[in-house]
Structures are given as structure tokens and as C-alpha cells.
Ligand binder design. Structure first.
Ligand SMILES: Nc1ncnc2c1ncn2[C@@H]1O[C@H](COP(=O)(O)OP(=O)(O)OP(=O)(O)O)[C@@H](O)[C@H]1O
Ligand SMILES: [Mg+2]
Length: 460
């Protein structure tokens, strides 16, 4: 007995039903939207002539139908573009990207990060630039497999590459496809979409090891990787490649070894702790970002709050930012009444627009510039943690940890009375860095194991 599963409302219209029955001539009686009772009470004298039609699966009616021995389930494709949208969604003007996101859990976005935001080695930059070079000369890329220690910037690297090359990021999970009864078909619809929308895309499978468990995932993964290659070969206008990120590769190496065969990806890499050079660059990147924050946020917000607040702040010490703000208000003679008559947003927008005031603020802020003694901090870090995290040529902290340390120093410097100053008013870095135990020290064995598994990968 047939059971038509159809989401598209077209099949429930007179015209739709007529067309359906034209294709299945043996069906004599079509029963719409059955419930368990209807199915039980139906007269099954000639089951081949009988069919059900519903936008839900038999197992959604009752677990009795889980194995589907009772029904032959036939899935009717949606009639909108790429087989993803229903007729109604097309009429409502639902975009395909929306359909991808709702149905397949795929999100598409452009990122504003670039490789300027990402500290790395020249070697990795070389591989990234090769992607564009290859594309310009008609050679598609297969993409990267990125493994590494937590916080070394696997996910961030994918975003930075997308922004740097101007590719759209398509974040997806194969788990969603796997969970669907017609996952392979859904994957086809997914690729149909991209074949019809030429462009540059990075298909990003984040934390892939978490979704690849069990046999169905092997099937989906195989289908996925083959389809990527097919699309690349068929569509010269598009560039299309995969970035897969993973923390734990142990299981993948056992159950999905095909992922790692030569030629599957352009590059299989392991991101280790940064080299000394890269660590230094990371400190610089975050130092500059925080200087920017000082000027675009802390100071303008501070001015607004200072002028509009009703009570004196509670702290008994004066943080540096308040000293800066008070000086600016006084020196620039900022009209308090004018500020009070505005909302915070209006005021901040005005500071941005009114370049004269903005310029003056920047000039004063320059005197309080956020600059770090990077070499000293790095030396102190080594001194403090060398015994517990020893890896020659590599810095003790990951980039995520460096970012956090910089942020904390910044907060200490401007937002609270600095507590890490010694009696001469200098920062005692050893004292301060004790607060940040590197992951490499608190989880030495695990991290060591991760490194050794990735022995054959390119280490960056
Ligand atoms: N090389 C880098 N340069 C600059 N910033 C970085 C770098 N690597 C990481 N970061 C910073 O650290 C944050 C965390 O990195 P990210 O989430 O990419 O790490 P991950 O390796 O994916 O970690 P997890 O294994 O926990 O998913 C980023 O959002 C970014 O701010
Ligand atoms: Mg990540």
C-alpha cells in the first residue's frame, strides 16, 4: 500500500491530486491526512488500489509504522526552486537561503574578519593564496582539514579565510542531513541550489568529529565529498570548497580514515600552539584592537555616562578611564546640557560624525595609549610555565589565551584600580600571569596525545 509523503500544498489541491493519480494509475482511492484510527478502520480488500497522502510520515502517526513494512512510503518532491521550497513558500517570496537554513540547518553569511586579524605563519598564508591563484587558472580547490588544540583558532581561521578571499561562508552540519529520513536526497537539493547560484563558497563543517558517528554518517559523508567534487567539475563559474574542523581526531582516524587519504583535501593540518613569532603578532593584534576599543567605546561611553549619571559611582578608587574622561570633559568644555538632551545612541553617533570633537578626543586619548610590554610579558610567561609546558619553539599560551590575557590587562589598566602594580608602580607580570594557567599545563596528557595523533599532518 502506498503512502505519499508530501509537504507541498500543491499535492492537496484538485489539480495536484489529479496529476499524482495520473502517475500512479493503479491507485483508485486516495485518502488524505490519515490518523491511526482511520488507518485501522480502513478496509484493505485491495491494498494496491489504496493510498494515503499526508505531510507527516507514518512513524509520526504511530511508532507501529517505524519499519514501514506496512506502507511503501513515496516522498513527493517540493515543487519550488531546487526542490527545497513548497509552492506556498515560493508564493510568499521565501528566499532559498531561508529555506536552506530552516530545512537543512545551513546558515550562510559574509564575515568581516580577514587574515589581518589572524596571526599565522607564512607557510599557511602561502596555501591560502594558492586557492585564489588556482581558481583564476581554472583549478578548483578541495579545501582544508583543520585539527588542533582548543583555542588555537580553528574556527576563527575558517572565518578569516572566508573574509580574506571574499567567499561566502556556508556553515552546516551533516548531523542534520543524517537525521532526515531522506538525507541523501536532501543533500542533492542542497547542491542543486549551489549549481543554480554561481558564486564563491566555503562549506564549513565545524567540529566534524561530533557528527560523524555510525554508518549513516559514512554514507552522508561519502555522498557529500563526491558531490563537492562533481559541482566543482561541472560549474566553472563557482568556486566551492570544504573546510572541516575537528578537535579530536582519534575516532576519525579509526572510523573515517578515507577523510585523510592523500588528495581528499588540499591540506590536512594540525594547529599547534603558536610559534614565538606568531604569538608576538597575536599580542600586537589584540593590543591594537583594544586601543581601538578605548577610543571608540570606553571614552565616548564614559563621557556620556559621566554626564548623565545621577549618583556618584560607588568605588572608592578612581579607575584610569574616569580620570581620562574627566579631563576630556573639562578641557574640551563639553556642553553638559546638550549631552543630557540626547539619547546615548544619538550622542555616540554625533561624536563619530562631528570630526572636530572626535579628533580632539583621539588626541588626548593618545596620551593614554594602550601599549603592552610584549617582549617582557612573553619572557615572563616562559619563565613561569617552562617547566610544565615544554615544547621547543612554541609559546606556552594559545592565541585564545593570549587574547584573554590582553583583555584582562586592559580591564585592569582602565576599568579598575590596577592591582598588579608593585611598590614602584610597575606591573609584576610573573605575579599577574600566575592567574592564567595554560591549557597545556592543566591538561598536559590530553594535549600531548592530540599532538602525537596528528604526526602526519602539516603542523602550523
Ligand atoms: N591565530 C589567531 N590570531 C588571532 N586571534 C586568534 C587566533 N586564534 C584564535 N584567536 C582568537 O581566539 C578565539 C577562539 O578561537 P577559536 O574559537 O577559533 O578556537 P578553536 O580552535 O576553534 O577552539 P575550539 O577547539 O574550542 O573550538 C577566536 O575567536 C579569536 O578571537
Ligand atoms: Mg572551534
Amino acid at each position: 500500500m502506498k503512502y505519499f509523503y508530501a509537504e507541498d500544498e500543491y499535492y492537496y489541491s484538485q489539480v495536484g491530486r489529479k496529476e499524482l493519480l495520473k502517475n500512479y494509475t493503479e491507485v483508485d482511492k486516495l485518502m488524505l491526512l490519515p490518523d491511526l484510527q482511520t488507518i485501522r478502520d480502513t478496509d484493505y480488500k485491495r491494498p494496491e488500489e489504496l493510498a494515503f497522502l499526508a505531510p507527516y510520515t507514518p512513524e509520526e502517526i504511530s511508532p507501529l509504522f517505524k519499519t514501514n513494512l506496512f506502507f511503501e512510503v513515496i516522498r513527493l518532491p517540493n515543487r519550488g526552486k531546487g526542490g527545497l521550497l513548497t509552492t506556498g513558500q515560493v508564493r510568499e517570496g521565501v528566499g532559498l537561503d531561508k529555506a536552506l537554513s530552516v530545512k537543512l540547518g545551513v546558515s550562510m553569511f559574509n564575515v568581516s574578519f580577514t587574515m589581518e586579524d589572524y596571526a599565522t605563519t607564512p607557510e599557511l598564508m602561502h596555501y591560502i593564496n594558492l586557492i585564489e591563484e588556482k581558481f583564476e587558472h581554472g583549478m578548483p580547490s578541495k579545501g582544508f582539514f583543520i585539527s588542533g588544540i582548543p583555542g588555537t583558532g580553528k574556527s576563527f581561521l575558517v572565518k578569516a579565510i572566508a573574509g580574506h578571499l571574499g567567499y561566502m561562508l556556508v556553515k552546516m552540519s551533516l548531523a542534520k542531513f543524517k537525521a532526515m529520513t531522506n538525507g541523501v536526497e536532501a543533500l542533492e537539493h542542497f547542491f542543486n541550489f549551489f549549481e543554480k547560484q554561481p558564486g564563491k563558497y566555503i562549506l564549513w563543517l565545524d567540529e566534524i568529529e561530533k557528527t560523524l558517528v555510525g554508518e549513516e554518517s559514512q554514507e552522508i559523508l561519502g555522498e557529500f565529498l563526491t558531490s563537492v567534487n562533481d559541482v566543482n567539475n561541472a560549474n566553472i563559474d563557482s568556486n566551492f570548497f570544504v573546510m572541516a574542523t575537528a578537535n579530536k581526531i582519534e575516532k576519525l582516524l579509526q572510523s573515517n580514515v578515507e577523510l585523510f587519504r592523500n588528495g581528499r583535501f588540499d591540506l590536512v593540518m594540525f594547529i599547534n600552539n603558536p610559534t614565538v613569532e606568531t604569538a608576538k603578532k597575536t599580542f600586537k593584534i589584540y593590543q591594537d584592537k583594544h586601543q581601538e576599543l578605548l577610543i571608540t567605546r570606553l571614552i565616548p561611553y564614559g563621557i556620556y555616562s559621566y554626564i548623565t549619571r545621577k549618583e556618584q559611582p560607588r568605588s572608592d578608587t578612581t579607575p584610569k578611564i574616569r580620570i581620562i574622561v574627566e579631563r576630556i570633559i573639562k578641557e574640551l568644555n563639553i556642553d553638559k546640557k546638550l549631552v543630557q538632551s540626547k539619547s546615548k545612541k544619538e550622542f555616540l553617533d554625533e561624536i563619530k560624525k562631528e570630526t572636530e570633537l572626535g579628533d580632539k578626543i583621539i588626541k588626548i586619548a593618545e596620551e593614554y595609549r594602550f601599549s603592552l610590554e610584549i617582549d617582557l610579558i612573553m619572557r615572563s610567561s616562559f619563565e613561569l610555565w617552562r617547566a610544565r609546558v615544554s615544547q621547543s619553539g612554541r609559546f606556552v599560551y594559545t592565541p585564545a589565551e593570549i587574547e584573554f590575557i590582553v583583555e584582562d590587562i586592559f580591564n585592569n589598566k582602565y576599568l579598575i584600580k590596577d592591582t598588579s602594580l608593585d611598590s614602584e608602580g610597575k606591573v609584576n607580570y610573573i605575579q599577574m600571569l600566575k592567574r592564567y594557567v595554560p591549557l597545556g599545563a592543566s591538561a598536559t596528557d590530553t594535549i600531548q596525545q592530540m599532538r602525537s595523533r596528528a604526526d602526519n599532518f602539516l603542523e602550523v
